[in-house]
Design a protein around this ligand. Structure first.
Ligand code: ZN
Ligand code: ZN
Length: 623
């Protein structure tokens, strides 16, 4: 979840938007685990440094370390350290840290810190640290502690280059950009395609009706949650409005109940298959979720083609997606191979080839349309492997440019699907993506993402004036209830399969299961239409300008915003209303398809309060 804490008020049940910690390590605060491991690591240096070496200070974030470096030089007097000695020293530290004994030592310190700081219950601390420690130590030794970078930081650029999260640019082809051509509405009677959009299914294998929905662990309603207090009801049969995911029967019911929304021409499925019990997931667990849910989708959708994208929960540890330069057991080979195997009936050979390498692919589902499935974990702030090198991981954006240029040359249109939306990415990735969207605005007909679990969108503008809307990314709500939501899914109506089609989104529909009704004794689950976008919001069409205008209408019209707020939570908003600061922050988020760009909200928010609003929706470092 991107912008936690957006609503005012404390000590109340927070909304899905506020608490769905898709982007965290799982539970609302489990991402503090980063802190525990990070704090533990430098301590271990003392253990492995030669006697004459100076220990590095505790640190929570590399940026802090950068600011600390000059003071450290002074405090510890390592002016006399020569470049070769420095590199020798860090090579020794690196060597020492890679041994099993030191990894275990770092782990034990991290567990103690996790418990001391009350980051999670002791059992969760124990399991989570054990799960993360190997990969984290590997990343830290290869990035923060790499001899060249560490000595570049300590002794200056003549000794090495410190470039963690530095900015970078992909190159665009020399082909001049064609003049912008907004799509024309399709002629009356033109074919319309229906695309089923599934995202964030989050199947919990251990979901158990009657257990405590408010247990102390980051995920509840499961075997290890225990019974609820005597005065409180237990988890419902079909799901629960709490920090709980879904039992398989609810996913089965969703797929079996698609009838009123069908037929479908295609399915886009943007990941996050496993549950949020991220402190105890094995590779075997993740593969079981992949194969079980894929088989279920195949069973109910039959011959309809399904095009998946990789979510941040598919891996374990969660968010851990090493770029292809990581080889061997720590690579993502185990995951991408399994995906290629189970998704093979849906994807052509060329797509399976790049899926195996980097978890992304392109294919042509119909004449005139290219579909690009991105692995957005390579843009993620939570993918700790990017500490080693965050510059266009796997060359994915450069590959995207090649695909878009080829589509432009052919006169094809392009849809992009992915899990994490572009406005939530690392800054450089996000800004490069924004530039690519502008360059190929005539070719890019649709962008479809998930991950936030709520129903929202992100408008893209021209880079020069930041005022002409030229594309929109749709962020569809999750199938899961996590946190406090109804289960749901989305259907897009797109300009259909005929020669000259624009392939743009014409409208969308959202379907939900009302959990209160479904969990009544004797009730049968009834999946129903929650709303149609154009009808509900009075949109002339579903093109970027219509969404831009909607944001500014909601700025003036509180009632209209309240409708949005209700639908944003799939018909189950938090009990406390969204006041003025919350409203501005939410609206600002709909304009922020580019990360860390306050200017995008400048017409929405009075200058004086812009920093406050930015502060409300900007992503916290931890949790
Ligand atoms: Zn999710
Ligand atoms: Zn996610």
């Amino acid at each position: 979840m991107p912008r936690p804490g957006v609503s005012p008020g404390q000590g109340r049940p927070r909304s899905g938007r506020e608490r769905a910690s898709d982007r965290s390590l799982g539970g609302p605060c489990l991402s503090f685990l980063w802190l525990a491991l990070a704090l533990a690591l430098p301590d271990s240096l003392v253990l492995w440094s030669p006697v004459e070496a100076h220990p590095l200070p505790a640190q929570g974030h590399p940026a802090k370390f950068i600011r600390l470096a000059p003071q450290l030089q002074e405090a510890f007097g390592w002016w006399n350290l020569t470049c070769p000695t420095c590199k020798g020293l860090f090579t020794a530290i690196d060597f020492g840290l890679r041994t099993q004994a030191s990894v275990a030592w770092v782990g034990s310190v991290a567990i103690k810190l996790c418990m001391l700081l009350k980051i999670a219950p002791p059992a969760v601390c124990q399991s989570a640290v054990q799960l993360f420690e190997d990969d984290m130590v590997e990343v830290w030794t290869r990035s923060v502690l790499s001899p060249s970078e560490a000595c570049g930081l300590l002794l200056g650029s003549s000794c090495g280059h410190w470039d963690i999260f530095s900015s970078w640019n992909i190159s665009l082809p020399a082909v001049p950009k064609p003049p912008p051509q907004p799509p024309k509405p399709p002629a009356p009677g033109s074919p319309v395609s229906r695309v089923l959009f599934l995202t964030d299914l989050h199947w919990d294998h251990d979901y158990l009706e009657g257990t405590d929905p408010n247990c102390e662990n980051p995920l509840c309603c499961r075997r290890d949650s225990g019974p609820p207090p005597a005065s409180q009801p237990g988890a419902g049969y079909w799901g629960e409005y709490s920090k709980c995911d879904l039992p398989l029967r609810t996913l089965e019911s969703l797929l079996a109940g698609l009838g009123p929304a069908s037929p479908f021409d295609m399915v886009y499925w943007t990941g996050d298959i496993p549950a949020h019990n991220v402190w105890q997931q094995s590779r075997q667990d993740q593969l079981r979720a992949l194969t079980t849910v894929t088989a279920l989708v195949k069973k109910f959708l039959g011959p309809v083609p399904v095009y998946p994208a990789v979510g941040n929960h598919e891996s374990t540890p969660v968010n851990g997606f090493p770029p292809p330069f990581i080889k061997g057991n720590q690579s993502s080979h185990w995951l991408y191979e399994a995906m290629a195997k189970v998704w093979e009936p849906w994807l052509p050979a060329e797509a399976l080839y790049t899926l195996r390498i980097g978890g992304f692919y392109a294919l042509s589902p119909r004449p005139g349309l290219r579909l690009i499935s991105l692995n957005m974990n390579f843009c993620s702030r939570e993918n700790f492997w990017l500490l080693i090198n965050s510059t266009d991981p796997a060359g994915q954006l450069q590959w995207l440019v090649g695909e878009l240029q080829a589509a432009e040359d052919r006169g094809d249109k392009v849809h992009i699907i992915g899990h994490i939306p572009p406005g939530h990415c690392l800054k450089s990735w996000s800004w490069n993506y924004y530039r690519i969207v502008e360059r190929y605005e005539n070719t890019l007909a649709g962008q479809f993402f998930g991950h936030t679990h709520v129903d929202e969108f992100e408008v893209f503008y021209d880079e020069e004036t930041l005022s002409r809307p030229l594309s929109v990314a749709f962020l569809a709500p999750s199938a899961t209830t996590y946190i406090g939501l109804n289960p749901g899914y989305r259907v897009y109506q797109i300009d259909g399969n005929y020669s000259g089609s624009s392939h743009v989104v014409l409208d969308h529909e959202t379907y939900i299961l009302n959990l209160t009704e479904a969990n009544e004794p004797g009730a049968t689950p009834r999946w129903r239409l929650l709303y149609r976008a154009r009808e509900t919001y009075g949109l002339p069409n579903a093109l970027p300008t219509a969404w831009h205008d909607l944001v500014y209408r909601m700025r003036r019209d509180t009632q209209l915003f309240q409708t949005f707020w209700f639908l944003y939570h799939k018909g189950h908003p938090p009990s406390e209303p969204c006041g003025a600061p919350c409203r501005l922050a939410t609206l600002c988020a709909q304009l922020s398809a580019r990360a860390d760009s306050p200017a995008l909200c400048r017409h929405l928010v009075p200058d004086a309060s812009l920093p406050d609003v930015q502060g409300l929706w900007s992503r916290p470092l931890l949790c």
